[in-house]
Design a protein around this ligand. Structure first.
Ligand code: CTP
Ligand code: MG
Length: 396
């Protein structure tokens, strides 16, 4: 039987990460940033991608609760991963945290997944395998991976002496998410409130409910020791953004022509609400593209009387602050001015230097080109002037 939804996931993120101590700048490991978001959110999004999962209960240390609630609210408002969510604080042990999470999972939700937030490489395929076993009637499911090394059991009295070799074929390493029949899991937590267990499947074993295994995923490791940080670094990659901008202005009595905030002498004037700096407008739209900020018309509406005749370099400054607020850092920009007249070449270096100054970029990262359209189109007939820009940025 294939069921859709009726399954809630509990994401355990309330540990202190003591084995990682010193390596995470005082932060619990599940909050380390990786590929633009804290580790725990990666597994949350993999859980959300499963058609089975209806909601997620996040379990955090109490001192992280407020900040993470705001972060999740923002993410859901922006990207809506399509599942409900709730949030609670954890307890002294993993099992206490699981119990707190379970209290928030709706009664009658049928199935519960419990996942370690410190396993950010969780794949939606693994979630699907666990859910499939639950749908096939299992009351407790654990993904496992075979162990590859020969296993030695050392003496309890003298850990430097091997007592015996264990049968490797029958030994597996357990992973999460573990899947449970909701009623059985609640019963197990109620029945054995004080037992020391390291996962919830142990509680089910104590209740006499068999755990079914399904293939785990070797990539689904739990970030635990400082060595695992290396893995995170190796699998990190910078996230680049490219933005494109275009603008045109009609020649006519209005504002004396400015390009890149450089006054271009001569008789050319442009009609515009602001100062009509076509080059900065194209550039600003390219920056909007890098930072997903829409376009400059949305940010600086031409219906706003306060913006009448305003210098575009002031608007650019405001936009750069918005971009920095989104952790986007501009790397380089390339611009083309298209005009039959005036000739741009005499001003090109000055424009380039000025734009680099306004952007706070080295000169090498700013390029200005100019061309005519060979007498064709509206630039050719001297009806107006246009500009295009491309901006390249990196997410910090
Ligand atoms: N966990 C939790 N509440 C606790 C302890 C652990 O929610 N009281 C969570 C952790 O945040 C982690 C998962 O359970 O996602 C697995 O635990 P573990 O890897 O042992 O994490 P920590 O307990 O944080 O690390 P350490 O044991 O090194 O202190
Ligand atoms: Mg622990």
């Amino acid at each position: 039987m294939i069921s859709f939804q009726g399954c809630w996931a509990i994401l355990l993120a309330a540990g202190s990460g003591s084995r990682m101590a010193g390596c995470a700048n005082g932060m619990s490991k599940q909050f380390l940033p990786w590929r633009g978001m804290p580790l725990y959110l990666h597994s949350a999004l993999s859980l959300a991608r499963s058609p089975h999962v209806e909601g997620i209960v996040f379990v955090f240390p109490s001192n992280y609760l407020e900040a993470e609630e705001n972060r999740i609210k923002d993410l859901w408002a922006r990207e809506n991963p399509g599942v409900f969510w709730k949030i609670t604080s954890g307890g002294a042990t993993r099992r206490d945290s699981a119990r707190n999470g379970l209290k928030l999972a709706p009664r009658g939700c049928r199935q519960v997944l419990i996942h370690d937030a410190a396993r950010p490489f969780l794949s939606p395929e693994l979630v699907a395998r666990v859910c499939a076993e639950l749908d096939n009637g299992a009351k407790c499911v654990t993904p496992v991976i075979p162990v590859t090394d020969t296993l030695k059991l050392v003496s309890a009295d003298n850990p430097s002496v091997v007592e015996t070799t264990l049968p490797r074929q029958r030994i597996f390493a357990a992973q999460t998410p573990q899947g449970f029949d909701e009623k059985s899991l609640r019963l197990a937590h109620e029945r054995f409130p004080d037992s020391l267990v390291t996962d919830d499947a142990m509680l089910m074993e104590m209740l006499g409910i068999p755990t079914r295994v399904c293939p785990g995923d070797v990539a689904n490791i739990k970030i635990t020791t400082p060595d695992d940080m290396k893995l995170l670094r190796e699998t990190s990659y910078p996230q680049y953004r490219v933005g494109y901008g275009y603008d045109a202005h009609r020649y006519g009595a209005g504002h004396p022509l400015k390009l890149g905030a450089v006054a271009i002498p001569g008789q050319f004037e442009v009609i515009a609400h602001s100062d009509g700096d076509v080059l900065l407008h194209a550039l600003m739209d390219a920056i909007c593209g890098c930072a997903s900020l829409g376009d400059i018309g949305q940010i600086f509406p031409d219906s706003d009387p306060a913006l009448r005749g305003i210098s575009s370099s002031i608007l650019l400054d405001h936009l750069l602050n918005l971009m920095a607020g989104k952790n986007v850092k501009l790397l380089n920009v390339d611009m083309t001015i298209v005009a039959q007249k005036p000739r741009i070449a005499p001003f090109r270096d000055e424009i380039r230097r000025n734009v680099a100054r306004l952007l706070g970029l080295p000169l090498d990262c700013v390029n200005v080109k100019a061309t005519t359209e060979e007498g064709m189109g509206f630039t050719g007939s001297l009806e107006g002037i246009k500009a295009c820009a491309i901006a390249n940025a990196v997410i910090l």
